[in-house]
Design a protein around this ligand. Structure first.
Ligand code: ATP
Ligand code: HMH
Length: 270
């Protein structure tokens, strides 16, 4: 049996809903062996981020080398990277290993408003990491920071996606979770040629902690198995919909989604 492997380079969420924990659970749900390189430890729960302890770039790089030199990497994703120094070191290492199936989730701010990326690191993200990305998955506020555009309409989303593609990203997937739409959650993919939308019913819930991490981890796992970006995005959208729908209601703030809901839903639909 061929074993597919995905690596996540991201922060730890002690609350288990986002970051490395969400990524590994999602890889598992999609039948992919998950490995990780931690960039930071956060003390975090459904109420917010209580503290952030970044690792130094050498500590991050050593973990990536340990995984890359022995276990192997079919695809990888980045999440919380925190500083320009970590971004530069990670970009250098990805170039060294010549990994191509890279999903960059440009994590900037946690739900409660805590900063997961230093402001001065945005330039490094744009210059060093975006040109290596096979897929970039910004939410609307992240797409605004990266492009300097204000995104209010579907056409604005398209313009932002075109601009990000111009920065060297092969496929741009602008997520619609933050949109002011009561009925639909619509994600937009631009592959350099055409636009594709992935739409679902918007679920009325406060328990959406880690949706972005889970969504980009699902894309990463599907790419490892050889899926096209279009198919990977479709699977990720189905998985995140099932995970949000199956409300766990953990904690008293923004709770996590259910990372094992997808397979159960697929079995029921069979
Ligand atoms: N209430 C909702 N109902 C259905 N789908 C949703 C909802 N909120 C988000 N999504 C979907 O979840 C995925 C992640 O989108 P979102 O824009 O919330 O990412 P994010 O802001 O990076 O998440 P986070 O920072 O909380 O991890 C997208 O596919 C989006 O359409
Ligand atoms: C560690 C970590 N990564 C990403 C996010 C974004 O959801 C978070 N809240 N925490």
């Amino acid at each position: 049996m061929k074993v597919y492997k995905s690596l996540t380079i991201a922060g730890s969420d002690s609350g288990g809903g986002a970051g490395i924990q969400a990524d590994l659970k999602t890889f598992q749900e999609l039948g992919v062996f998950g490995t990780s390189a931690l960039t930071a430890v956060t003390a975090q729960n459904t109420m917010g981020v209580q503290d952030v302890f970044p690792l130094n770039p050498d500590q991050v790089i050593k973990q990536i080398h340990s995984v890359g030199s022995d276990i192997g990497v079919d695809s990888l994703k980045t999440g919380m990277l925190f500083s320009a120094e970590i971004i530069s070191a990670v970009a250098r290492t990805i170039r060294e290993f010549k990994w191509e199936k890279l999903v960059v989730d440009p994590v900037m701010i946690a739900k409660g408003g805590a900063s997961l990326l230093q402001q001065q690191a945005v330039a490094a993200l744009k210059q060093e990491l975006l040109p290596l990305a096979m897929v970039l998955t910004p939410n609307i506020p992240e797409a605004e920071v990266l492009t300097g555009l204000s995104i209010k309409s579907e056409e604005d989303k398209r313009e932002a996606a075109r601009k990000l593609h111009g920065m060297g990203v092969k496929n741009v997937l602008v997520k619609g979770g933050h949109e002011d739409d009561r009925y639909q959650a619509t994600d937009l993919l631009f592959d350099g040629d055409g636009f594709y939308t992935f739409q679902s019913r918007r679920i009325a819930t406060k328990n959406t902690h880690g949706t972005g991490c889970t969504f980009s981890a699902a894309i990463t796992a599907e790419l490892a198995k050889g899926a096209s970006i279009h198919d990977a995005a479709a699977t990720a959208k189905t998985l995140i919909q099932a995970a949000i729908e199956d409300d766990l209601n953990i904690g008293s703030g923004h709770g996590p989604t259910n990372h094992w809901a997808y397979n159960r839903k697929m079995k029921l639909n069979r």
